[in-house]
Write a protein that binds this ligand. Structure first.
Ligand SMILES: O=c1ccn([C@H]2C[C@H](O)[C@@H](COP(=O)(O)OP(=O)(O)OP(=O)(O)O)O2)c(=O)[nH]1
Ligand SMILES: [Mg+2]
Length: 156
């Protein structure tokens, strides 16, 4: 289910051997921001994530992120709320020139073992535009009302 149009950017992908038979990453509702990614762990070998432990979970796909975009790997709130499962490096950054398998770095912040089985929707991937700036070193920055105030300077 999705709301793309013919002018939407195209996401090319290659399915790896471990992704055989897995559903493609998919938007679950018409207005979903992220495509859910599935665990490409072996059917016969589900992964057990003990409390406090982390693991890189394969997705079974290589993506060709269009130039000018990145992919952000974000946790699913349901897994976070129910099981304490989140992405350790959230949001994970997939560079547009990355040509390896996308993997999801999960951590179990819950109190129970968490079993990751093949095809489980473990995270979501948001494709977002990014800008690369030209870096320029200068001697003075412009004055602003905020100045160097931060970290709660405007009150609660
Ligand atoms: O959750 C993630 C984060 C990253 N990557 C891949 C794609 C990304 O393009 C590459 C590098 O990620 P990042 O720049 O976050 O890691 P780094 O520690 O800076 O590694 P590198 O030196 O390779 O850039 O690793 C993933 O598959 N999943
Ligand atoms: Mg990097």
């Amino acid at each position: 289910m999705n709301a793309h149009t013919s002018s939407s950017p195209k996401l090319n992908l290659i399915r790896l051997e471990n992704g055989d038979g897995l559903d493609l990453p998919s938007y679950e509702t018409a207005g979903a921001a992220g495509m859910d990614l599935r665990a490409a762990v072996a059917e016969a070998e589900p992964m057990t994530l003990a409390p406090g432990k982390r693991a890189l979970v394969p997705t079974g796909f290589i993506f060709e992120i269009p130039a000018g975009y990145e992919a952000q790997i974000r946790p699913r709130s349901g897994l976070a709320f129910k099981n304490g499962i989140t992405c350790l490096n959230t949001p994970g950054t997939i560079d547009s020139d990355y040509r390896g398998e996308v993997k999801v770095l999960l951590i179990n912040l819950g109190e129970q073992d968490f079993i990751i089985s093949r095809g489980m929707r473990i995270a979501q991937m948001v494709i977002a535009p990014v800008t690369q700036v030209r870096v320029a070193e200068i001697s003075d920055v412009t004055e602003t009302v905020r100045g160097a105030g931060g970290f709660g300077s405007t009150g609660v």
